[in-house]
Design a protein around this ligand. Structure first.
Ligand SMILES: [Zn+2]
Length: 240
């Protein structure tokens, strides 16, 4: 990992840290003698994920990795983390499990990217995605399914599961009930390498499995979460 690559760690609430990685983000939760993660970066981010765990969860065993969706920039570090913490469980909505296991792959295709590569920021994004291991096998063997509305305990923090299909068929967001915050995954982001906009936005349409559904849901969630702290899959934390 080049020396200049670093992450930004924000304290969201006691025992909840938002980590802004080089190109995608993750959340570390600590409490009850364990740590949990929401998402796990690109495969190439594994040392950064481990470093963030050392920094804010030093020595705690990882109990749960909650996944927003099965794209390699969010699930990339999971296999290595399960090697470090064999007791950890991986969870996401039932509908997202085939994408996480890679029985199917709902991820942007070369054909969808190609027309955009004349634009330098798209070419830069693709170069980073490939270098960060975006094309490597990230299949996770035994993820456990969650239901919409289910309440989950992540290292002592009450979390409500919300199934938000659009970006992927079973995209899942996690409402952090003791922090007034939402880990929004890619249902709502605040920035992205191919975007010139900062602030709440829907990802570029080429990334979405169901574009109209993803866009409609983004507007709905942006309104609904007007008073919440947003912890997006891409871009900085947004306190509002
Ligand atoms: Zn993403």
């Amino acid at each position: 990992m080049p020396a200049h690559v670093a992450v930004t760690i924000d304290l969201v609430a006691p025992g909840i840290h938002f980590v802004e990685g080089p190109a995608s983000n993750w959340v570390v939760l600590t409490g009850d003698g364990t740590a949990s993660l929401i998402d796990a970066g690109y495969p190439g981010d594994i040392d950064l994920v481990r470093g963030s765990l050392r920094q804010v969860a030093d020595g705690l065993p990882l109990s749960t990795i909650a996944v927003t969706h099965g794209h390699s920039d969010h699930t990339g570090g999971i296999r290595e983390l399960l090697g470090d913490h064999p007791g950890a469980r991986v969870v996401s909505s039932e509908a997202e499990l085939p994408n996480i296991r890679r029985d199917v792959t709902h991820q942007v295709t070369a054909g969808a990217i190609l027309p955009h590569l004349v634009k330098p920021r798209f070419a830069r994004w693709l170069r980073h995605a490939i270098r960060a291991g975006g094309l490597t096998d990230v299949a996770v063997a035994d993820p456990v399914g969650l239901a919409d509305g289910q309440e989950l305990d992540l290292s002592g923090h009450p979390v409500r599961v919300r199934v938000t299909p659009g970006h992927t068929p079973g995209h899942t967001v996690y409402e952090l009930l003791d922090a007034g915050a939402v880990a929004t995954g890619d249902a709502l982001v605040t920035g992205h390498a191919v975007s010139t906009v900062r602030g709440p936005q829907s990802l570029h349409p080429m990334f979405h499995h169901d574009r109209p559904a993803a866009l409609a849901l983004f507007h709905e969630l942006d309104r609904e979460w007007s008073g919440r702290t947003l912890l997006p899959g891409h871009g900085p934390i947004l306190r509002r």
